[in-house]
Write a protein that binds this ligand. Structure first.
Ligand SMILES: [Zn+2]
Length: 590
């Protein structure tokens, strides 16, 4: 996600979870869904194959029904007290919902339970028999759903729909057990990687952008008039010869008059999202083998004539060079109804076509899409990283210094102390502003400090190692830390513990300075004081000489002998550290 504003303020230390043998469950969805615009509802049926690859027997299954957040009495609605996002008082016709009408196993109906009622974003089913390690089951289900007219990471307006979190989405079962949580404004998604075959039945003038490739049917991609760009590359055969889906029973015969059907396929993704609007204009791009699709609206002067295609390709090209090859056949960037942006695999739902938003949401293709972290437990691992990668992108594209304002601003923002550590679960931060600071801006600055400490080359190699080891898997802090440690050859426990698991801050200051004439020039001795709880190697500039002060002690001394007499001392001159008080970082030598 990228909220328009983010951010400042911040205690709670969390220990690392001991590493266990990694597993992930296998999931395969087949879905048929009909969008009934007249009644503003989507009717769906589906089947989901689920294989238990864990070493534990499962007695229950959990799903997230996150569209139920956007209606009265949800945890979200009761949490978010903002006049502009008043879901608690939303009229029924404006609210979103996701209602299961059936869920069956071997033809027997299961009983739905909502453990957080009246919130209904978490759905539980007790299994009639244990699902042993290595065993599979197939569930059949039917539901209806609709987004809310008050846009929040999903929306409907007129004939336009942004469908996110719209099908019963299986919760992740990982080494911590079932990862479920009611949807809160603070913290987003966590998903099980899987395979999707989704057939959408919509009005024939609808234009669709989605996760995956359109295997069969016409998504409505006619290049916008005047577009200098190529014809769309559908990549229909990316997953093998295009085949019509086997019927699940919602659709009998052909699509009705004035209707069409489009079947989509996607693999190795933990979410299937789609947007549709008859207004959408289409432009195509291509980056190597990867098809790029951009869908925007009439009058979008910042999107058209290839502008959004160019920025999307530029972002993706840089991400591939920096981290690793994009593993999917296409990337779709749609102008959604809401401002800001939200991350979905193979799909950016963007409220604008700014390069900053496109690189942030594009970065999420990697940090969340490919590295599938739990966004409500370790939001910094994708949001802080996406923010960091965005600034690095601009640095690599000629923006002279995208960092010093950030570092100075963050230093000031945390000078009053932190109320929680970065590793705190998102919903535990006291308010949305603190969540924003601790999930986006502060970790962005911490990652910049880490890059400065290990060096650009080692950081880049670390990201590539992370990709090689953990692509298309669930990740945690220890996976990322391990990759950077392998690349840098350094145990970075001291860094990660301080900066992600404590509320400590850093402040270096210059103490006494002594200077004397010696043979061949001048000896200058500078005392450096560590005033905050945290420590980092700090660069000391004495005249034109630079030294690294590496000690974690409260006081240390740096000495240089120079030909000319230095007249000035500066700590952290490149602003690489989150220093909460820079007024004691410079001193003149009398
Ligand atoms: Zn984000």
């Amino acid at each position: 996600m990228f909220a328009v504003a983010a951010l400042f303020a911040i205690q709670a230390a969390a220990g690392d979870v001991a590493p266990q043998e990694y597993f992930q469950q296998d999931v395969a969805y087949r879905i048929e869904a009909r969008l009934d615009e007249q009644n503003e509802v989507l009717l769906g049926v589906g089947a989901m194959d689920y294989k238990n690859n864990s070493s534990q027997s499962l007695t229950e299954l959990y799903f997230q029904l996150n569209l139920n957040a956007f209606r009265p009495n949800s945890v979200w609605a009761m949490t978010e007290q903002r006049p502009d996002y008043d879901f608690q008082n939303l009229e029924e016709s404006a609210a979103g919902f996701q209602r299961m009408s059936s869920m069956s196993l071997d033809g027997k109906e299961l009983t739905a339970e909502y453990p957080h009622a009246p919130d209904s974003t978490v759905l539980r089913y007790a299994l009639p028999r244990e699902l042993l390690p290595g065993q599979s089951l197939t569930l059949e289900f039917a539901w209806d759903a609709r987004p809310s007219t008050l846009c929040r990471r999903q929306c409907r307006r007129g004939r336009s729909y942004d469908f996110a979190q719209w099908y019963p989405r299986i919760a992740v079962f990982d080494h911590t057990g079932w990862a479920t949580r009611p949807l809160y404004p603070q913290g987003e998604f966590y998903g099980e990687f899987g395979t999707y075959e989704v057939t959408l039945d919509v009005a024939s003038d609808q234009v669709i952008g989605a996760t995956g490739v359109p295997v069969v049917g016409d998504p409505g991609w006619i290049p916008a008039a005047g577009s200098p760009l190529p014809e769309p590359d559908y990549r229909r055969d990316f997953y093998g010869p295009p085949e019509a889906p086997t019927s699940l029973g919602l659709f009998a015969g052909e699509a009705g008059p004035g209707r069409k059907r489009v079947t989509w396929a996607a693999r190795d993704v933990h979410h299937f999202a789609w947007s549709t609007s008859p207004e959408y204009l289409y432009e195509a791009g291509r980056l190597g083998e990867i098809a790029v699709h951009v869908l925007y609206r009439p009058g979008d002067l910042d999107w058209d004539l290839g502008a959004a295609v160019y920025r999307t390709e530029r972002a993706l090209g840089w991400l591939q060079e920096t981290i690793g090859p994009y593993p999917w056949p296409q990337l779709t960037n749609v102008h959604r109804l809401e401002g800001g942006g939200t991350e979905f695999p193979m799909m950016l739902m963007d409220g604008s076509a700014s390069q900053g938003l496109i690189i942030h949401e594009g970065a999420h293709q990697y940090v969340h899409g490919i590295f599938g972290n739990n966004e409500w437990r370790e939001g910094w691992l994708d949001e802080g990283m996406a923010s960091f990668l965005s600034s690095w992108f601009f640095e690599d594209h000629g923006v002279a210094d995208p960092w010093s304002n950030l570092m100075a601003g963050i230093g000031r923002a945390v000078s009053g102390g932190l109320v929680a550590a970065i590793s705190t679960e998102s919903a535990e931060f006291p308010d949305f502003r603190t969540y924003g600071l601790m999930t986006y801006s502060l970790p962005q600055a911490v990652l910049y400090m880490l890059r400065w400490h290990v060096g650009d080359e080692a950081f880049r190699a670390g990201l590539q190692d992370y990709y090689a080891a953990k692509r298309l898997q669930h990740v945690t802090e220890s996976d990322f830390r391990g990759a950077i440690e392998r690349a840098s050859g350094e145990d970075l426990g001291w860094f990660f513990d301080q900066w992600f698991h404590t509320t400590g801050t850093l402040d270096y200051g210059i103490g006494s300075i002594e200077q004397e004439a010696v043979e061949g020039g001048w000896r200058t001795t500078v005392q450096i004081e560590r005033l905050g709880e945290n420590w980092m190697p700090v660069l000391v500039r004495i005249g034109t000489a630079e030294r690294r002060a590496e000690s974690a002690e409260a006081a240390q001394v740096v000495e240089v002998v120079t030909a000319d007499r230095p007249t000035r001392v500066e700590l952290d001159p490149y602003m690489a550290l989150i220093d909460t008080d820079r007024s004691n970082n410079e001193a003149e030598i009398e």
